[in-house]
Design a protein around this ligand. Structure first.
Ligand code: TYC
Length: 113
């Protein structure tokens, strides 16, 4: 009868090249940058049209819309909302398009917060 030696490694079991130093990389949770949507005053766009725009595209009730319209009228500009880039871009486009279709010079822009 022949016997075979069982050869065992004296190294610890290894399943990968890990050197044993534990590291924990922070999981990224950075929020997207926000953009202010601004409405600008002019001398020609009717007040009721601006109120309608604020109700229609920014979901404001009549009182809120009237208040922001008056702020723009008196101060020249106001922030009408703060959104992620693509939402802000869409709202600016909707307002500019709607104003142009009604032949009003109303201006709406966005800027990084
Ligand atoms: N100034 C305009 C008027 O007197 C009203 C107005 C308000 C226009 C706000 C634009 O973003 C605006 N008819």
């Amino acid at each position: 009868m022949t016997t075979f030696p069982i050869i065992m490694s004296d190294k610890p079991d290894q399943t990968d090249g890990d050197t044993g130093v534990a590291t924990q990389t922070r999981v990224k949770t950075k929020r997207p940058p926000l953009y202010k949507v601004l409405l600008l005053n002019d001398d020609f766009t009717p007040m009721e049209f601006v109120v309608h725009v604020l109700e229609r595209f920014f979901g404001l009730n009549h009182a809120q819309a009237f208040e922001i319209m008056l702020t723009v009228h008196k101060k020249g500009v106001a922030v009408v909302g703060v959104f992620a880039f693509e939402i802000a871009e869409t709202k600016v486009g909707q307002v500019m398009d709607f104003a142009r279709r009604h032949q009003h010079p109303l201006q709406c822009t966005m800027e990084k917060e």
